[in-house]
Design a protein around this ligand. Structure first.
Ligand SMILES: Nc1ncnc2c1ncn2[C@@H]1O[C@H](COP(=O)(O)OP(=O)(O)O)[C@@H](O)[C@H]1O
Ligand SMILES: [Mg+2]
Length: 333
């Protein structure tokens, strides 16, 4: 089942030193890759994460939508990189069981070690973490996603122990989910500190996003922190209008306050970046969409110094997240 050699092969030629241009100053791609390719380093990633004391527990965000194709995966990837630019240490969990494709956006071959191996106890979480950038790791979910959302009691201890090391050393866990109302998506959304709800201005996408929010509101008794992003907008006015209507409907009919986190313009550069299999923030750091993403990131995760000024749900940390996930909070068993 597990083939250690595949790990090295997870980096495709596209992810080459020349091909990667970092938005962060001084990124050295060879040092970036070193942690993944040398076998002696394979158990290192977590230990390499800057080990300074951190006051805040890790924050968990689930990126969800009603309709597919609204830009969740692109947002999850680029928000992660934008959080990174803001000095956060970010772990992105690719939890879209059907269309797991974060790896494709980075030009990686299908990862050999996934969350499934960790859950089965075959590999450590360290081994499943792919370091893609300074302060940024990817956990390929694979078949483990379903299992994580459906944890048996006997696996809980093992997993909580594995994940608790993340809690100490990373700041943010972002979860890219499948579209719609699958049980695992609801479980992730209800367990996370905050939900990042993505829609486009299309009436179908808005209606489906509202449908998801309705279920989340009911299952959580309205205790849910929701940040709305309107993607692929023509202009800011269109986004404001969608945001305003959505907020009003959510407040009036669901009694849920939705925080409007902003918009990302429809921008051909997103498509171009996908075609190049490089994240937008790396491929086109100055594009309109990239600038939009950074602004959204600054609203969702303000600088530590201004944190207290902003409305934010208190982080329950990773243990709280896993506890809620394993208890299937709000899912009736
Ligand atoms: N802001 C944008 N402007 C233009 N195209 C976009 C934008 N965001 C996403 N896309 C395109 O939409 C498609 C779906 O994006 P993706 O992130 O895979 O959505 P999801 O994960 O919600 O299914 C991709 O082809 C992507 O290039
Ligand atoms: Mg997706």
């Amino acid at each position: 089942m597990t083939s250690p050699w595949l790990r090295e092969k997870a980096i495709s030629p596209i992810f080459s030193p020349r091909g990667v241009k970092s938005v962060a100053e001084g990124l050295n791609i060879s040092s970036l890759l070193r942690g993944r390719t040398a076998s002696s380093d394979q158990a290192q990633p977590l230990r390499q994460i800057v080990g300074d004391e951190k006051g805040q527990p890790l924050r968990t965000f689930a990126v969800v939508s009603g309709k597919g194709g609204v830009g969740k995966t692109n947002l999850a990837v680029n928000l992660s990189l934008a959080f990174c630019e803001r000095g956060q240490r970010v772990v992105l969990l690719d939890a879209d069981l059907g269309l797991a494709n974060v790896d494709i956006l980075f030009g990686l071959l299908p990862p050999a070690v996934t969350l499934a191996h960790v859950i089965e106890g075959e590999r450590t979480l360290d081994e499943a973490l792919l370091k893609l950038h300074e302060g940024f790791w990817l956990i390929p979910g694979g078949a483990g996603v379903q299992e994580l959302a459906d944890l048996e009691e006997r696996r809980q201890g093992l997993l909580i122990e594995e994940f608790s090391r993340l809690d100490e050393r990373a700041d943010v866990l972002l979860i890219d989910t499948a579209a719609g109302l699958h049980a695992s998506v609801l479980a992730f959304a209800l367990a996370a500190d905050s939900v990042i709800l993505v829609t486009t201005p299309e009436p179908t996408a808005i209606r489906d996003a509202y449908g998801v929010l309705k279920v989340l509101a009911r299952r959580s008794n309205g205790r849910i922190d929701v940040r709305l992003i309107v993607n692929m907008v023509r202009d800011e006015a269109e986004a404001q209008e969608v945001g305003r209507r959505f907020q009003m409907a959510a407040a009036q009919f669901l009694n849920v306050p939705v925080i409007f986190a902003g918009h990302v313009s429809r921008d051909d550069r997103v498509h171009d970046a996908v075609a190049r299999q490089r994240p937008l923030l790396w491929a086109f750091p100055d594009s309109k969409a990239a600038r939009n993403v950074r602004l959204v990131a600054s609203r969702i995760l303000p600088a530590p110094s201004s944190e207290e000024e902003l409305v934010a749900a208190p982080s329950r940390g990773l243990k709280g997240f896993l506890f809620r996930l394993s208890r299937r909070v709000g899912l009736g068993g």
